[in-house]
Design a protein around this ligand. Structure first.
Ligand code: HEM
Length: 355
């Protein structure tokens, strides 16, 4: 169906103006992503007075900036949901997918910083970031309208097989994740307790047999997840499905960024031990370092979305096996609440809280 048939492009001056305004409105999630690093910069300015202690007003401003930055993916989720409809035009589909991509702004901004460092490109992260999103906006705005193949609204059987594979791989990855996140919770007892558990764990997950399998599984999961998200993002979806796609896109960007930071940049290139000091940005800490503050939303949402994404998958499995939708929805909500609490607990430890 062409854009004209859908009544989206009407002849006459008003129609064109409406369409232009509508198209620009679709760029709101990208604008939110562009603003993301500046919220972190504002946080840093607020917590770093030129002299004397941080005033109450500055503390409130800093808390607000960090809260809005951490909640930034919500804008992408809300816009992706609002843009979801059956039979979208090519432009609408591109705009919807850009909204989904904006959800991953926190890990993508970390990747930008680490990537520029690895490539020795002495350009400001913010400049590259804004330029990248502007290019993405131009691609969405200026791309053509193509006829979409008939039957594209159905999920192909081959995709259904990938869904099962994605679930089985997740169950295996969960073993490492349960250990990994419990390890970070031990930060509450201090770096020594964290190091002792990590030392024991490394004998397994860093062994020459397990580590390549773990990393390969993670990369496989990202590839299959992106394939599924690409397909699902073209189809009509309820709020639960939009959340599942959005959290999956965040996780895909998080995993690539995290593996690049830990295995490539820290271990392989800079020969840094990826221990508690590395994760917590010692000695300055995550909160007071202008670069490392970006790791706070990145890690916090990584922990939240990994549990929330698993809860979304579990909800689907429960409904497919005949469980009542209200029961499955409660399990989903409990998963999100658990993810939120775990994220707050781990981040408090990483930022210095101790018992
Ligand atoms: C607060 C959140 C997180 C922090 C602070 C963190 C920190 C770390 C650290 C310090 C390492 C290096 C481990 C070592 O040297 O033994 C690491 C490795 C890794 N992390 Fe995380 N992580 C977090 C969340 C996650 C999540 C949510 C996932 C999965 C989605 C994940 C997956 C991995 C993987 C696969 C490795 C590589 C393991 C290896 O072969 O060494 N992490 N992480």
């Amino acid at each position: 169906m062409s854009a004209l048939e859908q009544g989206r492009v009407r002849p006459g001056g008003d129609g064109l103006a409406n369409t232009a305004a509508e198209k620009l409105r679709s760029m709101v999630p990208a604008a939110g992503a562009m603003a993301y690093p500046f919220l972190l910069d504002a946080f840093h300015l607020a917590v770093s007075p030129a002299a004397g202690p941080v005033s109450f007003g500055r503390l409130v401003l800093a808390a607000l900036c960090l809260l809005v930055a951490t909640a930034a993916p919500l804008l992408g989720l809300a816009c992706a949901y609002r843009m979801t409809k059956a039979e979208p035009s090519s432009f609408e589909l591109r705009a919807r997918r850009l909204a989904y991509l904006s959800i991953a702004a926190p890990p993508l901004f970390v990747l930008t910083g680490v990537g520029l460092g690895l490539l020795h490109i002495p350009v400001s992260d913010e400049l590259v970031w804004v330029a990248g999103w502007l290019v993405a906006c131009l691609y969405v705005l200026l791309g053509g309208e193509q006829e979409r193949p008939a039957g594209s609204a159905a999920i192909a059987p081959s995709i259904a097989k990938w869904r099962v594979t994605h679930g089985v791989a997740a169950a295996i990855i969960l073993l490492h994740l349960a250990f990994h996140l419990t390890n970070h919770l031990l930060g509450w007892l201090g770096p020594n307790a964290h190091a002792a558990m990590m030392k024991a764990g490394r004998t397994v997950y860093r062994s020459s047999v397990v580590e390549p399998i773990l990393v390969a599984l993670m990369l496989f999961q990202v590839a299959v997840g992106v394939r599924l998200a690409w397909r699902w993002s073209a189809l009509p979806a309820d709020a639960y499905r939009v959340f599942q796609i959005g959290s999956g896109i965040y996780l895909a960007a998080f995993i690539l960024t995290h593996l690049n930071s830990a295995l490539v940049s820290a271990r392989a290139v800079h020969h840094i031990d990826t221990n508690w000091a590395w994760a917590s940005g010692a000695p300055t800490g995550l909160i007071h370092d202008p670069w490392s503050i970006r790791l706070v939303p990145h890690y916090a949402l990584g922990v939240f979305f990994v549990l929330a994404h698993l809860a979304s998958g579990l909800r689907g499995v429960l409904i497919a096996h005949g469980a009542a939708t209200t029961f499955a929805n409660r399990i989903w909500a409990a998963g999100l609440a658990a993810g939120g609490l775990l994220a707050i607990a781990i981040m408090s430890g990483l930022c210095g809280a101790r018992i």
